[in-house]
Design a protein around this ligand. Structure first.
Ligand code: SF4
Length: 388
């Protein structure tokens, strides 16, 4: 065969897709090395390089032999999502727009406080749960993020703050799965990514500092306690089913009583019985902010170890809702405090860059057909629940 023909044939060979190691947990990485005929301990070396040193180039992984590095080059890669832009708010909040495979974009927000820095991470491109007050819900749904795309967000934030540099200070001390999407609808990838957040040889975050927030996918929440023990936040936003059915439509499948029971069971599975669920309640003017709602909430939560986060609604174009007045907010909080609850009022951060809670929108491509697929999955989850 002539050299020219050989070159042509070689270039026509389909390129084998490389395996992205970014989203591999320590155990999955150990399996991977075993599968390629290498020792399992290589996983510890590689996971440290990626998530503690911030190194994505196998050539720079100097405690690995040249032969193994060449082998890894052939079959694997460490591929990050692409940062499209990064904006800083006057209050120190930082927001990234991140492009993932397929061209859609997600948003991620970092909120610095005096003693901690919290990264709000997305789990899906868009969201199909369609909560009536949420900018993400209005975008429709495209697809689940992969574990690499989820943990890639933490990698990008850590890198941008110089955390990977020698003597780099840890700026991301807390992660909340509260960005775009419903994390429990992307169960396996979210659990895998949270595992890397907690992994000592990766980010080593404490389970108290990683929080999953759910709008109430009860069957998945029931499963979560078997595989993870991160902190839990539940997005209630209404104290009774009638109102919650309008604001958070998944409530029609899994009403409040079921949701709260499931959250209680989750907490009871934790070895540390002092942990509490965080209840998220977004306050909207004349919608869910009346005294009667606060009193209903006091009653509803009486058997759930919890603290309550009140979030004044952050408006966005076309939302149709207004934020709570200060008078109504104070009255609501006082009733909860008198009911014996610890209550925090979340101050609005990053409003000037549309990074406040509920404002994340990103850019979702091709949402229509996938919406139907997503609804089908929701039904599958429900039928699973019935069978179980
Ligand atoms: S509030 Fe959360 S669950 Fe509801 S639509 Fe928005 S992202 Fe989805």
């Amino acid at each position: 065969m002539s050299q020219e023909l050989a070159t042509t044939v070689a270039s026509e060979q389909p390129q084998k897709e490389k395996i992205n190691l970014l989203g591999f947990s320590a155990s999955r990485l150990a399996e991977f090395f075993e599968e390629i005929g290498e020792k399992r301990f290589r996983a510890t070396q590689v996971i440290k390089w990626i998530h503690q040193e911030g190194e994505c180039d196998f050539d720079a992984m100097t405690n690995i032999s040249k032969e193994l590095r060449a082998k890894l080059h052939d079959i694997a890669e460490v591929k990050l999502p692409e940062v499209v832009n990064c904006q800083d708010s006057v209050d120190g909040t930082r927001k990234w727009l991140i492009r993932v495979d397929g061209g859609s974009c997600i948003e991620m927000v970092y909120i610095p406080e005096r003693e901690r820095g919290t990264l709000c991470v997305s789990s899906q491109i868009g969201c199909a749960l369609d909560c009536s007050f949420c900018a993400t819900g209005k975008q429709g749904f495209n697809r689940d993020l992969t574990a690499a795309e989820i943990i890639g967000q933490l990698w990008i934030a850590a890198d941008s703050f110089g955390q990977f540099m020698p003597k780099g200070k840890r700026r991301v001390t807390n992660v909340v799965m509260m960005g775009m999407g419903e994390p429990l609808m992307n169960f396996d990838n979210v659990v895998a990514a949270m595992g890397i957040m907690l992994e000592d040889n990766a980010y080593g975050l404490s389970k108290r500092r990683v929080t999953l927030s759910t709008a109430g996918v009860v069957p998945q929440l029931d499963k979560l306690g078997d595989v993870s023990d991160v902190s839990l936040a539940i997005s209630l936003h209404a104290p009774n089913d009638e109102l919650r059915n309008q604001l958070v439509p998944i409530n029609r499948k899994y009403p409040l009583a079921q949701f709260i029971e499931s959250a209680k069971n989750y907490i009871e599975k934790m070895p540390d019985n002092r942990r509490k669920v965080t209840v998220e309640y977004t306050l909207m003017d004349q919608v869910n902010d009346r005294s009667v709602h606060a009193r209903e909430l006091v009653e509803l939560l009486k058997d759930l170890p919890c603290k309550i986060n009140l979030i004044p609604f952050n408006s966005f174009p076309g939302s149709g809702y207004k934020t709570v007045t200060n008078t109504a907010l104070d009255r609501f909080r006082d009733i909860l405090v008198a009911g014996g609850y610890t209550v925090m009022v979340r101050t609005t951060r990053g409003d000037d860059i549309a990074a406040a809670c509920g404002q994340l929108a990103g850019e979702v491509n091709d949402r229509t057909k996938r919406q139907a697929r997503y609804k089908k999955r929701l039904n599958e989850i429900e039928s699973l629940n019935i069978i179980e």
